[in-house]
Structure formats: structure tokens, C-alpha cells
Ligand binder design. Sequence first.
Ligand SMILES: N[C@@H](CCC(=O)N[C@@H](CS)C(=O)NCC(=O)O)C(=O)O
Length: 226
Amino acid sequence: MYALYFGNMNYSSWSLRPWLLLRHFEIPFEAHRVSVCGRGPNDDHRPYSPNGLVPCLHVDGFPVFDTLAIAEFLAERHPGLWPADWKARARARSVAAEMHSGFGALRGAMPMNVRMKCKGVMPAPAVAEDITRIAAIWTEAREVFATDAEPWLFGAFSVADAMFAPVVWRFATYNVDLPPVAAAYRDAMLAHPAMREWERGAQAEREALPAYDALAAEFGGLRAPE
Ligand SMILES: N[C@@H](CCC(=O)N[C@@H](CS)C(=O)NCC(=O)O)C(=O)O
């Protein structure tokens, strides 16, 4: 039996990833929505998460923490979470790891804030570099590894798509210009029923993290009408 401890749907970018995997692959789980404060490890989470962070997946009560570890754990137990072809799988793992450990400039300047709608302003050079690299990752995946039959990065929906889902929200809400292949991928992800469900959850939340909302305001952000 799985139980997922995850944070605010509006702000908790890490939480979205395993939640989306569980939803997409129709893996049943008990949902425990908790509140994050956005300042790193938090003792409030320690009763259910050894590292003081969410997401944390409980497997018959045993905690599996850190997003990539959760994804790998699920991939061991459920077929199809990584691409079957070895090159596609290797590349999907590389870019999932790059997402997990990189893009600090983008993450710092444009934290996930699903409810916001921004006018869009020119990002700082380091943020623009992250955006360019992510657009290149998506474009290469779509052009080299994807199929015409499905809109995802490496053929069927995989861990790589889940890993980039919070960036999809950032690009949409901060109104980031993307080249055509990357823009089409963003739109396909935004239309995913589980992404829509996540957005409804974010809209329904009442907690606000003023520091994150202030960053969105720098990009002309306003809370989107419900
Ligand atoms: N490396 C971790 C990062 C998890 C993380 O930073 N989680 C944030 C929320 S997105 C958190 O739990 N912060 C504690 C808090 O703000 O209360 C992972 O991959 O899961």
C-alpha cells in the first residue's frame, strides 16, 4: 500500500513529480497533502519524512524519500516508467538527473507558482541560459526519441516527463517564450488530465507563500482568475 506525502500543489514542485507518475500510471495511493514553508528541510515533516522534505512515499509504512529515488523505486515495481529502448532510457535518465541537480538559476528566479499568470519580462542571463538548455533537451528528445503517436519526450510518458512537469508550469505561468517544438511539448503537458487536476488543486488552496508570490510579481504576475 502506497501513501504519498506531498506539499502545496501551488508551490511544491518536487511533490508534483511522483504525484504525476502515480496518477499517469494509475497506481493507487493514499494522498497526504501537507504544507511547505519553502525554506528547505523542515522539522514538521520529520514524523513522515526522514530528510524533513516532501515528497515522501510510504510503502507499507516504510518511507522512500527524494524524488529520483521515489521514481526509481516505482520503476522497479511497475512496468513502463522508463523507455524500453536503451538509448532512449539512458538519455531519459541523463536529463532527469540533470533536472534533479541543475537549473538553479531558473528554480531560484521562477519558483513554481501554478496560480500565477505573468506578463513576462526578459529573464536574467543565467535564467535565460537554463531556459535555452531545457528547450534544447525537449527539442532533441522530441526529434530523436519521441514518436508521432504520443506527445511525450521519449515515446510513452516516462519519468523524464514527470521530472520536467514543474518547469512546464513555470514556462506557462511566467510566460516564457519557447521555440516551436518545446512550446508544443509544453502545451501537451499542460493538457494532461493529471496536470489539470493538479492545477485545480492549486487553485483551491488558500495558503500563500509571500516570498514566492513576490518573485512572480517581478515578472508582472497576478493571481489568475479561478
Ligand atoms: N531533493 C529533494 C527536494 C525536495 C524539496 O526540496 N522539497 C521541498 C518542497 S518542494 C520541501 O519539502 N521543503 C520543506 C518545506 O518547505 O516545508 C527531492 O528531490 O525530493
